[in-house]
Ligand binder design. Structure first.
Ligand code: TRP
Length: 351
């Protein structure tokens, strides 16, 4: 390995469904920005995934730009990372079809997210069923090594791995790679079609819980009022929500599963400040829940305010947002085309 050893490729995506919240920032966006120092990063806005449920076109357009603005406000930098909208790179849908022809029906039927999402519905679009295959295409198209996601997406990454391993096995020997000379003999090493990706689940802030039901994850679609701090909330709204957070009837400030509400506030503080939970607990010796809530509120307000302000500034210049996306899509297509060339040759499609 020389000095130019390649950095591992990271790829992830968020649906442009709006309403991103504190957990998305602390658990995902902030760490995605951090990964830019050590990895080659690809961050996608997955609008093709968004249409697996009905969308209003004007809303979708607005949310897509907003998602880009949130990426940028979080420190994801288009000079360091490849940022683009999935539908602007048609190779995603193209590869998804090919992968789907190498995926078993039973594999998709086993996906727990599909089972959950379809259980409550009278009729279910085929896109919802095919969703994990499209996600596999997002990942395999760029030969990504690591995929930062929440726990709920782990099963989808496993599927992407299974498809990659299966297709590598089926097609590798039919697609010989460049010649290599080893021990004076020229050998053609079979080139796998796809890198087999690994899930990458960030530990910090991965489990920010609902403020109202602290045994459930904080969610952007939680119908319970005051359960979720959104990245667009005003300082006052944030403060109010945190001061109303459910704790318990006790008085002791401790970091334990028996006090999920108190634990959650400490976790939030810890995720933002980087202080260990024990250190935070120690600083509240002799104090009350009111103190913990007031200080947590202040810490969250200070964390979100700059993000919200940057976000608003960025959204004001739509032309610039669209230019960033155009550049991103152009660069993404160049990379995607390389994989598609290999795939098509391996499968026997004419060039
Ligand atoms: N399914 C992911 C989610 O809902 C979003 C997603 C789509 C994604 N394609 C991806 C995440 C590729 C990582 C990699 O969170």
């Amino acid at each position: 390995m020389g000095a130019s050893a390649k950095k591992p490729i990271v790829l992830s995506g968020i649906q442009p469904s709006g309403n991103l919240m504190l957990g998305n920032y602390l658990g995902a966006l902030r760490s995605w920005a951090g990964l830019q120092q050590t990895h080659e990063c690809i961050y996608c806005i997955v609008d093709l995934h968004a249409i697996t449920v009905p969308q209003d076109p004007a809303e979708l357009r607005a949310r897509t730009r907003e998602t880009l603005a949130i990426y940028l406000a979080s420190g994801i930098d288009p000079r360091k990372s490849l940022i683009f909208v999935q539908s602007q790179v048609p190779e995603h849908a193209e590869l998804a079809w090919i992968l789907g022809c190498h995926t078993w029906l039973g594999e998709l039927e086993r996906m727990t997210q599909f089972k959950d999402k379809s259980a409550k519905k009278k009729s279910v679009g085929a896109g919802l069923f095919f969703y994990p295959v499209l996600m596999a295409a997002d990942i395999l198209l760029y030969q990504a090594n690591l995929v930062p996601v929440g726990h709920d997406q782990k099963q989808h990454i496993e599927l992407a791995r299974d498809i990659a391993i299966r297709m590598n096995g089926m097609y590798a020997e039919k697609f010989p790679g460049p010649s290599q000379v080893t021990q004076n003999k020229e050998v053609k090493e079979a080139l796998p079609l796809f890198v087999v990706p690994e899930p990458f689940i960030p530990a910090v802030g991965a489990r920010i819980m609902s403020l109202q039901e602290p045994t459930a994850k904080m969610s952007k679609s939680d119908p319970i009022p005051n359960a979720t701090v959104f990245l667009g909330d005003s300082d006052d709204e944030i403060s109010r929500k945190i001061k109303k957070a459910v704790t318990d009837s006790g008085t002791e400030i401790a970091y334990t599963g028996e006090k999920p509400g108190v634990k959650n506030l400490i976790s939030i503080q810890s995720a933002i400040t980087g202080k260990a939970p024990d250190e935070i607990v120690a600083s509240y010796a002799g104090k009350q829940y009111g103190h913990l809530k007031a200080e947590t509120a202040e810490i969250v307000v200070e964390c979100i305010r700059p993000l919200r302000e940057k976000f608003k500034g960025l959204l004001a210049d739509r032309g610039e947002l669209d230019r960033i996306l155009k550049k991103g899509a152009d660069a993404a297509r160049v990379r995607a085309a390389k994989t598609m060339e290999h795939v098509k040759e391996a499968l026997g499609f004419l060039a």
